[in-house]
Design a protein around this ligand. Sequence first.
Ligand code: FAD
Length: 381
Amino acid sequence: ETKPVLIIGAGVSGLALGNFLLREGIGCVVFERRSREYVEHRQRAGVIDTRATRAFRKRGLEDRVGDGVPTEPNLGFRVDGQPRPLGLSVEEHREGRFCPQQVLVRNLISGFRQEGGDLRFDTEVTVEDHENPRVRLGDGSIIEGDFIAGCDGSHGVTRAAVPEDRITRHTHEYGYAWLVILAEVPAHQQTLMAIHRRGFAAQFGRGPQASRFYLQCPLNDTTEDWPDERIWSELGTRFGEPITTKGAIVEKQLVPLRSEVLSPMSHGRLHLLGDAAHIVPPMSAKGMNLALYDADAFADALVHYYKNDDPGLLDAYSDTRLNDVWNYQAFATWFTNTVHDAGDPGDRGEFHHRVARADFERLYTSGTANRLLSEFVAGLA
Ligand code: FAD
């Protein structure tokens, strides 16, 4: 008798996996501890890259990835206050979609429900057993499944269910934080990024009336150090032109930049996906996309298992995904270091500053260097 796949977490990875499995006729239940209202308003990422878009398309689910605005084939850099737009050379880049994360989440929830999917909000679960998959719901009831998909983010219960001596955590701290701001300001272009001696800054569009702004700052800063006026003035200085359209700042938080990879990603019949298994710094714009690549690979592995009675892809899931995760972790580390050190290298000093400038300039002068960056941005490297 086939039992359902128990998916813990209705973020990007859990919802994408649920939609993929439903499309393939594989039974699953998605549990989410927060309310529907809460997850549908959680503002985070904004770009679905070419590779992730293709994962939806191959299952006839491309309509779920948003309103279809293609990603722009250039990055809006400003260096020392001067515009230096960087064209991306990979044509496939245009298959990527500009889609705020909460819009994707909303579309995945309604699609899953419309097709009869079992999705339970306000349901916090704990893992009872990951070898013979069983989870306990808040009301004490127990549900058994064939597999557990740990899609519950970096503070979730599934990674904690694995004995500590069976899992290795590889972590890296970058030594600075981002002040992350959400403001009611329309963006004139999808990305605007400033490399400046005072530190990195960025504006990323998040729908027609909202932008995320980022300001590199020291790790020990607090949001009290950043009243609204200081934010607008510092953004103006780093961008090299004043911010003329200021809107209400609706969210302000400090995020220390860090990377993490958990290894292995599979433990018996428990498999980790997305942030539950790995964190990349937001500069790479790969957090949401890696979560989607995991969902794509894990869905393929389950289809192969149920249709051919062959666990080969499931057994290979962890190794295959980790190879790819480290590849994108390498990109995320390089890109993050380069755009920060090319501006304010902090304690890393003048030598790293000059090396980062050389790395950055090469993206304009070498077609080969530009192509590699473009492949990573599209998710095709
Ligand atoms: P999540 O989306 O975090 O979902 C996990 C879900 O599990 C949550 O809904 C949680 O409530 C639920 N859960 C947890 N524990 C339990 C439990 N015990 N029982 C039931 N449910 C549980 N990525 C990009 O690609 N580009 C960006 O520009 C970008 N910007 C970001 C900006 C910010 C401020 C932040 C915080 C993140 C950003 N990211 C970005 C990263 C991206 O948002 C994450 O990588 C992505 O959400 C990971 O998806 P996930 O499904 O793994 O986890």
